[in-house]
Design a protein around this ligand. Structure first.
Ligand SMILES: Nc1ncnc2c1ncn2[C@@H]1O[C@H](COP(=O)(O)OP(=O)(O)OP(=O)(O)O)[C@@H](O)[C@H]1O
Ligand SMILES: [Mg+2]
Length: 241
């Protein structure tokens, strides 16, 4: 007997996800797969349900049905913190750091949650985002938006996720730091031991960084495929405003 996952089965499979706020159905039967060591771009115009899908995967949507399987285990019955411990690292849209804790304390909170991450993991985060090492004693809340985003991603990485979920990591960030974040995502992809779901409005970057894409419209997946096939027709139809 072995617990090794079947290598043909995806790392994460979300099937027939339906979710609603109050009376209105927001996700209307969404199915996506994420293979091990791959990057999936999740695309779509404002308000189509991208964030709601990520929250559903994390267990943060109040009314949600469907099956979510991580490495052959049903996780849709688990609480958000249990899903995180199973290997889901979530960086919400608009970032999520403790503004009154220092950078170092923000990172230490993640270290304490993960239990097993140590100095090597911290070094790996500093290698990706050197600015964090220079700002260890600063309060999170005084960092620039881009620095906070780097801290938020660094925190998520310290729990050693199998799947990193990034909701618009470059949104509202100055161009020079967007490059830093894009480089980090490329670097993580190259390391190859993690999968990523990337919600991203910069399509050139999303296409270059991802292996597969899904396009959502009004609570459904309307297009999907290999990212090399993300063409102008799809972009015009579902992504340009
Ligand atoms: N807390 C909430 N209560 C009620 N409705 C909500 C709530 N959050 C989102 N919605 C609605 O659910 C729909 C999907 O929102 P969601 O945030 O998932 O979209 P999105 O694709 O992530 O959009 P964006 O690109 O703007 O981030 C929208 O119509 C939005 O108005
Ligand atoms: Mg969103």
């Amino acid at each position: 007997m072995t617990n090794e996952p079947d290598h043909l089965s995806p790392l994460l499979s979300a099937k027939h996800i339906e979710a609603s706020y109050d009376e209105s159905l927001i996700l209307r039967g969404v199915t996506i797969d994420v293979q091990a060591s791959s990057v999936v771009a999740l695309l779509g115009r404002n308000g189509v349900g991208k964030t709601s899908l990520l929250k559903s995967i994390m267990g943060l949507m109040p009314n949600c049905t469907g099956e979510i399987i991580l490495n052959t285990e049903r996780i849709d019955v688990l609480r958000p913190d249990q899903r995180a411990r199973r290997g889901l690292g979530y960086v919400p849209q608009g970032r999520d750091i403790f503004p009154n804790l220092s950078v170092q304390e923000n990172l230490e909170v993640s270290l304490s949650i993960s239990g097993k991450a140590g100095k090597d993991d911290l070094d790996r985060v500093y290698e990706l985002f050197p600015v964090l090492r220079d700002m260890l004693s600063r309060k999170g809340g005084v960092l620039s938006g881009g620095q906070q985003q780097q801290l938020a991603i660094g925190r998520a990485l310290l729990i050693n996720p199998k799947l990193l979920i990034l909701d618009e990591p470059t949104e509202g960030i100055q161009p020079s730091i967007i490059d830093r974040i894009e480089d980090a995502i490329h670097a993580l992809k190259k390391q190859g031991d993690i999968s990523i779901i990337l919600v991203e409005q910069f399509l050139d970057f999303a296409k270059a960084a991802s292996d597969k894409f899904y396009v959502m419209d009004r609570g459904k997946v309307v297009e999907s495929g290999d990212s090399v096939n993300l063409n102008d027709e799809i972009i015009q139809k579902h992504l340009t405003v």
